[in-house]
Write a protein that binds this ligand. Structure first.
Ligand code: UD1
Ligand code: UDP
Length: 365
């Protein structure tokens, strides 16, 4: 029996790896081991609970206000210890977090094959998003097999010299996750608070936006919410203290903006599908919005989710005050634009990514 180890540790990679873990665990011929790094703590644990997943190993690396040095060195060292006791036949890492980079590096040093899930996303600006563009490119140097969510991601990898037979286009596992979380009948206190208004769901946390860019975007949100009586903004605030400080200093006292704790993923997805529009700098939320056909203003200068821009559902505007207010007002007032964005086709697959990845692993291992 082949042993496959999945390594993840933040909220987004957990959302995207848990459905794959469940798929692999349902196949008796794999010995499937889950190592969570605990790069995130409560935000990771909530996702594990939502998917009913118990990890086999937990490195518990998170510290308040951790630096990239802290996360990299703890994940590298912790993964090394688990690898030497488990000796897996292959290790699956996800995307572009420091968990993925450091775990892949540990596998490289131990000569264990790495399979990269959500491979091939690129902005080709190593500083944006930071440090994620570096992380995912570094994983590509190490990975033996790549699971690309789209043809565009596959093409990026081929252009960089990866062998075409070792790159598989599967769709994004985030669509599989949505199949697991979405409910027909659903309500939540945040939705009740926003009922009768056009609800905007907002998230913001990127390192490159911390400080003035984030404050400027949030000031724009406040200005629009204060000017429009039919708009309410739901903002589940990331646990990063730098994000919390910015959110509270700019938005406290604005009665049409609700600052909440991070939402459980089942709640987040169900609120998303019922919101009027999304405002985000998140990577995964862009994919979820594209899969759901939910018009989304992207608070970034660059996005690696170009498929969503091409399909028409994502509108990248950066963080300037006037760009954000203009985009919001346009989307509220221009019915044709809103309808066109809502009608876009999902470019991230049909929810079969986990099955496809497991089928490939069956063949290659
Ligand atoms: C990380 C990822 C980023 C991803 C994001 C998802 C890296 C370099 N960055 O960024 O790609 O988009 O996760 O959210 O891997 N914290 C808590 N509780 C939690 C989680 C975080 O208190 O459950 C706080 C801690 O103070 C922590 C800080 O948030 O030090 C930052 O967490 P960290 O994982 O270092 O960076 P993120 O900005 O979350
Ligand atoms: N998410 C969540 N609760 C929230 C906000 C986001 O469960 O309050 C989910 C969201 O559905 C997506 C993931 O967390 O699956 C996105 O995580 P984040 O934006 O932190 O990271 P990124 O995708 O940018 O790396």
């Amino acid at each position: 029996m082949k042993t496959v180890m999945l390594v993840f540790g933040t909220r987004p990679d957990a959302v995207k790896m848990c459905p794959l873990l469940l798929e692999l665990r349902s196949r008796d011929h794999f010995n499937t081991v889950a190592l969570v790094t605990g790069q995130h703590r409560d935000m990771l644990d909530g996702v594990l609970r939502a998917f009913g997943v118990t990890p086999d190993y937990d490195l518990g690396v998170m510290r308040e206000e951790q630096s990239l040095f802290d996360v990299t060195s703890r994940v590298l060292d912790g993964t090394r210890r688990v690898l030497s006791s488990v000796r897996p036949d292959a290790v699956l890492v996800h995307g572009d977090t420091t968990t993925a980079f450091a775990a892949a590096l540990a596998c490289f040093y131990e000569n264990i094959p790495v399979c990269h899930v959500e491979a091939g996303l690129r902005t080709y600006d190593v500083r944006s998003p930071y440090p994620e563009e570096f992380n995912r490119r570094a994983v590509s140097l190490i990975s033996r097999y790549d699971f690309a969510p789209t043809e565009l991601a596959r093409d990026n990898l081929i252009k960089e010299g990866k062998c075409a037979e070792d790159v598989f286009v599967t769709g994004n596992t985030v669509v599989d996750a949505l199949h697991y979380t979405l409910r027909d009948e659903y309500t939540h206190p945040c939705l009740e608070w926003a009922s009768g208004s056009r609800a905007v769901l907002l998230t913001m946390h990127r390192r490159e936006s911390l400080g003035e860019p984030m404050r400027e975007a949030l000031r724009a949100v406040r200005a629009v919410a204060e000017a429009r009586e039919d708009v309410k903004v739901i903002f589940p605030v990331h646990r990063n203290p730098a994000v919390r400080t910015a959110a509270h200093s700019v938005l406290d006292g604005c009665e049409r903006v609700l600052l909440t704790e991070p939402l459980d993923v089942v709640d987040f997805h169900n609120i998303m599908v019922r919101a009027h529009l999304i405002l985000t700098d998140s990577g995964s939320v862009q994919e979820e919005a594209a899969a759901l056909g939910k018009p989304t203003i992207v608070l970034r200068d660059k996005t690696e989710r170009q498929e969503g821009v091409a399909s028409g559902v994502l509108l990248p505007v950066g963080t300037d005050f006037s760009s954000v207010t203009d985009a919001l007002c346009d989307l509220f007032d221009n019915v044709g634009l809103y309808a066109r964005m809502s009608a876009s086709k999902n470019p991230f697959g049909n929810g079969e990514a986990c099955r496809k990845i497991a089928d490939v692993l069956d063949k290659i291992l």
